[in-house]
Each structure stands twice: as structure tokens, then as C-alpha cells.
Design a protein around this ligand. Structure first.
Ligand code: PLP
Length: 464
């Protein structure tokens, strides 16, 4: 038995198969093929092996790989002007893209403003600070706490990690982060409440937790941050009816800003421009990344509503925050070209799983067909963001032992078959529970979906 404090040292002396290269890779145990080319839904490695990207890498690619016009837009921007610092200049491209993004965000973001970053975690940290500054600007300087949910993921910087609930990704850093209250997250497959009424009651119970948590801060709550649809941690879990509306209402009544983390679910991924539209919820701040540039450049965005922007513009008049590379012209050029592509190819509509004849609905039907497998406990999702959860016992929903790393095994079996999925562990209780995320680019065809689901079925059978 290894003492918990010595776990990392002990494991590395036990397992001496380190795969070392000049890159500090995510794992020293796992071999990584070298990727050299991408086109459409495919990626090729240096040995010429082809992979169907059934997870958009990590729910990043939405428009397909290797789209020439994105590379050209980036090249053109780099040729004209590669970089200026946002303390000295703005750029026409950033101004134009911000206006287009506000438009894409809908009526609620009219006269708001966008802060561009290099990705999701930076955007979350920006949103947390923006919420705090908003409260200070309106004379509510006692408000600084940001409430969030268990089993959520908002990023890997210490600020984003503080509001995340993904146990595995947080555990060793907890002494370094400033924590506020985390409330429960509805997860109807493994719900704490009686869901026999179609989950109406459980949604209200979970929302009531937020109200209690806000009251317990005694006037110090600044914001609540949430993923409208759980991303990696629980795997494509949609909220029960009425839940998000109740959350939004509670925040409004208590003067707490509502921050929607749409890093994974934004930019069309769920068949709407932003997933909050499914539940008619309007956040004060909306955070997005991943699909925003579809991976062509590091890019994230914090979209602030007029209320938030007005408070700062008419108050101190300056944002107390910034990164050297925020609104980087080449990244912004990539994002702008990606949005044009999303719109010209009608990719948001293609992703809509509730509309007949779309690839979104084809994916839903194909993945549902896996439910007959003994190891498949649940298939859930929306648009082009789905999860397949695996169980050891279908009746009791008992998960596999975490040491078995069932999701990881399936991921590897898929890779051997030339298929990329996104395996995760911990959905059941933070430690056990296995699922794979499925989130292909919206240019996937029904035939490619059929092939990919066949491979996934074979990989599950092989691993069970
Ligand atoms: C919902 C959500 N928020 C934030 C992040 C962090 O984004 P990034 O990895 O770009 O920093 C992620 C990444 O997976 C995410 O899924």
C-alpha cells in the first residue's frame, strides 16, 4: 500500500517505462503518434495512419481540419501586421470580429463588449475578475465569492481550478487555491432525487441549493459560474427542465452575476449558436473558446453584456486585467474566418440533433443504437456533443473499478482502429465512472458516422 503523500514518487519508481522526449508530454507512460496532416474529419500521423476525429480532438474542431481559407486569413493578417499590444492599439480585425461575435450571441449582447484571450482557462479567469470588478464598480465591494458546481470543469489555471469541481484535476492543487462554495449538479442518470416526474422536481431541488449557498455568503457572492451542459467531467449531461431558468432567476434576485461557461458548448456545437438558447437563459457574461477558432489558433472570448460593460465604462473606466496576447491579431483572424465558415456552411443547423436529416440527428440515432450493449449504461447529449457512459452492471448502474480504466481502454482500442474519441473517468463519484465524449466536426457525413459507431461498438466489445 502506497502512502497517499508518496503516491507520485512511488508510482514512478514502480513503473520504469518512461517515454521521454524534449517535450514535457501529458503522460510519460503513453506513446503519442506524431500528427502531421488534417483534412475534413481526418487526421494523419507520420506513419501515414488515418484517424477519424470523432471527438473534434477535445471538442475543439467544429468546421473540419485543413480548411484552406482559415490558413489564408491567418497568413494575410500575419503578413500585414502580426501583433500590437492592446495597451497601445486596437486592430480593425479585432473590432470587426467582436461586433460579429456580439451579433452571433444574440439580442441580449447588443451593446456589450468582447475580451479576447488565448483559450478557455484564461477566459474563465477573465470572467471571474470581470464579475468582481463589476460588483466593485456598482458599489458592492463586499461581493467577491464565485459559486460553482461539483463535477464541473472550468479550466486548469489556479483561478479556473478553484471554481471547478473535477476532483481528479484539482486534488493535489487544493492547498494552493482559494475556494468558495460548490453546489450539487443535476445528473439525472445518477440522480440524488426522485426523477419519476421527468426530473421537474430534481431541477428545483438543485436550484434551491444555489439559493442557500448564496444566502450563506451573507452578501459576499459576486457570481455563479456554470456549464449549461456538462462537458468533459460528467459527459454531455443536459440540465433537467426548469433548472437553468430557476438558477438564472435566483442569481437575478440576489444581485449575483450569471457566468455561462460555453468553452465546450458554444459556437454551434449543440445545434444553437450558444447552448443557453436551448433553455432560454441569458447570462450576464458568456465565456467561449475551443470551437471559436476550431483549433486553428489559440483563442477564447469573454462576451460581456451591456450591463457589465456600462458599469465599468461609466465607473472607473478601465479594466484591471490583461494578457500580452489578448486579442492577438492572427488568432482573431482565424476566429473571424471560422465564424464566416460556420455561417456560410450552415454548420449550426447541421449540428441540430432535433432537426430531421441533419448529421446531429444521424449521430444521435447511431449512438443510441449502442444502448443494447451490456457495458453501455447511458447515451446522452445534444447536437454534436454526446457521451456514452459505461457500467459494470446495467441494472444497478455500478461503475467499473477505476483501476481498470475502462474508458481509457476503449480510447486505446478506438485508436488502434483509426478512431479518436475522448475518454474520461470520474463521472459517477469523482473517481469511478467511465465515459467517452463524442463530438465530431460538423462536416462529418452519415456514412462516416456509421463507420465510426461500428468501430466504437467493436472497441467496447473488445474491452468489456
Ligand atoms: C467547460 C470548459 N471550460 C473551460 C475549459 C478550459 O479551456 P482551455 O483548456 O482552453 O483552457 C474547458 C476545457 O476543456 C472546458 O471544457
Amino acid at each position: 500500500m502506497v502512502h497517499p503523500d508518496n503516491r507520485f514518487v512511488a508510482e514512478s519508481t514502480l513503473t520504469r517505462q518512461e517515454l521521454r522526449t524534449p517535450i514535457l508530454r501529458r503522460s510519460f507512460r503513453k506513446p503519442y503518434p506524431a500528427a502531421v496532416r488534417g483534412e475534413g474529419v481526418y487526421v494523419w500521423d507520420a506513419d501515414g495512419k488515418r484517424y477519424l476525429d470523432f471527438s473534434g480532438s477535445a471538442v475543439v474542431n467544429f468546421i473540419g481540419h485543413g480548411v484552406r481559407e482559415i490558413a489564408e486569413a491567418m497568413f494575410e493578417q500575419a503578413r500585414q501586421l502580426e501583433f500590437v499590444h492592446t495597451s497601445q492599439f486596437t486592430t480593425p480585425i479585432a473590432e470587426a470580429f467582436a461586433a460579429e461575435l456580439l451579433d452571433f450571441g444574440g439580442e441580449h449582447f447588443r451593446d456589450g463588449a468582447v475580451f479576447f484571450t488565448c483559450g478557455g482557462s484564461e477566459s474563465i479567469d477573465t470572467a471571474l475578475k470581470l464579475a468582481r470588478q463589476y460588483q466593485v464598480e456598482i458599489g458592492q465591494s463586499r461581493r467577491y465569492q464565485v459559486l460553482s458546481r461539483n463535477q464541473s470543469y472550468h479550466g486548469s489555471t489556479l483561478g479556473a481550478l478553484a471554481v471547478s469541481g473535477n476532483r481528479k484535476r484539482r486534488e493535489i492543487y487544493l492547498p494552493m487555491v482559494r475556494e468558495f462554495a460548490h453546489i450539487g449538479m443535476p445528473y439525472c442518470y445518477r440522480c440524488d432525487f426522485d426523477c419519476s416526474d421527468g426530473c421537474r422536481n430534481c431541477g428545483q431541488q438543485y436550484a434551491a441549493e444555489l439559493e442557500r449557498a448564496i444566502e450563506e455568503t451573507r452578501g459576499e457572492a459576486a457570481a455563479f459560474v456554470f456549464e449549461p451542459m456538462s462537458g468533459a467531467t460528467l459527459g454531455a449531461v443536459t440540465p433537467p427542465p426548469g433548472y437553468l431558468q430557476a438558477i438564472a432567476d435566483i442569481c437575478r434576485r440576489h444581485g449575483v452575476l450569471l457566468i455561462a461557461d460555453e468553452v465546450m458548448t458554444g459556437m454551434g456545437r449543440t445545434g444553437r449558436n450558444f447552448s443557453v438558447e436551448h433553455w432560454q437563459v441569458v447570462p450576464d457574461i458568456l465565456v467561449t473558446a475551443k470551437g471559436l477558432s476550431s483549433g486553428y489558433a489559440p483563442l477564447g472570448a469573454v462576451i460581456a453584456s451591456k450591463k457589465v460593460v456600462d458599469a465599468i465604462a461609466g465607473g472607473s473606466g478601465a479594466i484591471l486585467h490583461g494578457f500580452t496576447y489578448n486579442a492577438h491579431p492572427v488568432s482573431v483572424a482565424a476566429g473571424r474566418a471560422v465564424l464566416q465558415r460556420i455561417q456560410s456552411q450552415n454548420l449550426v443547423q447541421a449540428a441540430d440533433s432535433d432537426a430531421a436529416g441533419t448529421v446531429g440527428s444521424a449521430l444521435k440515432t447511431a449512438l443510441d443504437s449502442l444502448s443494447d450493449l451490456e457495458a453501455v449504461g447511458d447515451v446522452r447529449g445534444l447536437g454534436l456533443l454526446w457521451a456514452v457512459e459505461f457500467v459494470r452492471d446495467k441494472k444497478t448502474k455500478q461503475p467499473f473499478l477505476p483501476e481498470k480504466n475502462f474508458a481509457g481502454q476503449i480510447g486505446q482500442a478506438c485508436v488502434r482502429r483509426g478512431l479518436l474519441v475522448y475518454p474520461m473517468q470520474g463521472c459517477a463519484d469523482g473517481n469511478s465512472g467511465d465515459h467517452v465524449l463524442i463530438a465530431p466536426p460538423a462536416v462529418i457525413t452519415s456514412e462516416q458516422i456509421g463507420w465510426a459507431v461500428e468501430q466504437l461498438r467493436a472497441a467496447i466489445k473488445e474491452s468489456a
